[in-house]
Design a binder for this molecule. Structure first.
Ligand code: 5AD
Ligand code: SF4
Length: 468
């Protein structure tokens, strides 16, 4: 691969003292600090970046001040997410004055969607500005900016880089990149390109390898994860019971891998929740949880958003899911104040929320994104104050129902994968993705335990471990 000079912003004073030999040879180590914004896909991509930087002779440092390379993995979903990146790079400019060899890099959705170079020209103090898929160029670019860093050889496909997993028992596995759906409000198809599905063989190999190394929980990632289409179908087992929905088939295959005890995925699209997909929610290792974005409870709004389903179809899907798996926890995404949304249409969202009895909603105020279909076709005419009012109203409804739902856990036992330990207190998620806290030792970190819930707070259930 050739170095694209346009991606490299000149930083004449980039080289630290003692240039010449790669880091490993000199016994020098350099620090990297990664800041990740946005979704779990970005978190997984940051884990891949770490897997590239470590063999180059770098190690993770806690603060930007200690770093020789700072990498910001950006999100473009809302204007506020991009504003935070602009603010952060401005702050790093001051740091660069004190530390001239500091390299600042920005990757993720901002460079991904910046086809006309406007963002790159606006952002200041950044040495590298590149889309996610170009992370495989990092060894070349970084070692050119700092010859003390050891260049390494990588495959051209960034998904072939195995991520560094911080909690051994838990891993994200990206099965799909990009999106073909073009919801009118959404920047993702522009930032991450069209849908690309990873080979089934490489997904199953990665999960088997994770299981061999002690991983207990897998989260499969894709923009429309349940639209997965295997490019190499010959790797599906002949005894796989599903025929039509290839994501359901994939879930079944993963359920056969010994050692994996919990499987989770995000995010599915309602239109691909067919009968096989709903049946697959009952596979033995599936978490008792699904995150199924709805965005709006009004059919006219859904059409304007290009969601390709109606309110009634979504309600029917939820009913089928609950019939197949009673007690499943359901989360959703909602956008309030989309172009032209009337008070009545907003109330359809409120009534859908109540009808579905969601466990949690990630509610966002509509934020117009340049380049999207909505920005070209519709007027962003719901005022900022009105968006806020609608957001708070839904938030209050959610908090009331979350409190009520959490109370129902008191006295019950839940299984928890412990992902945090501090000062005698363990925390982790239950199979319903409720946060649970209990007294316990460090040896429980990375294991699945049973906890009896004694107390329910807004965002956390508190209990005691049950010893068998
Ligand atoms: N404005 C507000 N929220 C948005 N989302 C996506 N695009 C926008 C936007 N322009 C939300 C949707 C999606 C989640 C990841 O982010 O609810 O499901
Ligand atoms: Fe965006 Fe819609 Fe694709 Fe989700 S399905 S990533 S909201 S375009």
């Amino acid at each position: 691969m050739n170095l694209d000079k346009s991606l490299l912003k000149k930083n004449p004073s980039c080289l630290p003292a003692g240039t010449g030999s790669p880091a490993g040879l000199l016994g020098m180590t350099f620090g990297y600090h990664i800041v990740t914004f946005g979704c779990q896909m970005n978190k997984n991509d940051s884990e891949r970046v770490e897997a590239i930087l470590r063999p180059m002779g770098m190690q993770s440092v806690e603060t930007p001040e200690e770093a020789d390379v700072i990498l910001i993995n950006s999100c473009s979903i809302r204007a506020s997410a991009e504003d935070r990146v602009f603010g952060m790079t401005r702050n790093f400019q001051a740091l660069k004055k004190k530390k001239p060899h500091l390299i600042v890099a920005v990757t993720g959705c901002m460079p991904g969607r910046d086809k006309d170079g406007k963002l790159e020209n606006t952002i200041q103090g950044v040495d590298l500005f590149f889309p996610t898929k170009d992370m495989v160029m990092l060894p070349k670019w970084l070692s050119e900016l700092n010859p003390n860093l050891r260049p390494i050889d990588l495959d051209a496909d960034y998904l072939s880089v195995s991520p560094i997993h911080h909690v051994k028992a838990q891993a994200f596995v990206t099965i799909q990149t990009g999106c073909n759906h073009f919801c009118t409000y959404c920047v993702v198809p522009f930032a991450r390109g069209l849908e690309g599905n990873r080979s089934l063989k490489s997904i199953l190999d990665e999960v088997r390898d994770l299981a061999d190394h002690g991983c207990l929980e897998i989260t499969l990632l894709g923009q429309i994860v349940n639209h997965y289409i295997a490019p190499d179908k010959e790797y599906f087992s002949p005894q796989n019971p599903y025929h039509k929905n290839e994501f359901a088939k994939l879930l079944w295959e993963i359920n056969q891998i010994e050692g994996i005890e919990r499987v989770h995925f995000t995010a599915p699209h309602p239109i691909y929740m067919d009968d096989e997909m709903i049946d697959a929610l009952t596979l033995p290792t599936q978490l008792n949880f699904i995150h199924l974005p709805v965005q709006s409870g009004n059919s006219a709004m859904l059409e304007k958003m290009n969601r390709r389903h109606t309110r009634e179809q979504y309600l029917e899907t939820i009913q089928k899911i609950r019939a197949k798996r009673p007690g499943i926890a359901i989360a959703t995404d909602i956008i309030v104040g989309f172009c032209g949304e009337t008070e009545e249409q907003f109330h359809d969202t409120v009534s859908l929320y109540q009808h579905c009895d969601f466990d949690i909603s990630y509610t966002a105020k509509y934020s117009q994104r340049s380049g999207t279909l909505a920005a070209k076709m519709f007027v962003d005419d719901v005022s900022v104050e009105e968006k806020k009012r609608r957001w708070f109203l839904l938030q209050h409804i959610m908090e009331d129902s979350t409190k009520r739902k959490n109370q129902a856990y008191i006295g019950k036992e839940v299984s928890v994968l412990v992902d945090t330990y501090k000062n005698g207190i363990c925390q982790g998620n239950s199979s319903e993705m409720k946060r649970v806290m209990f007294d316990g030792g460090e040896e429980l970190f990375g294991t699945i335990v049973s906890v009896k819930i004694e107390k329910a707070e807004m965002w956390i259930l508190v209990g005691n471990m049950v010893y068998c």
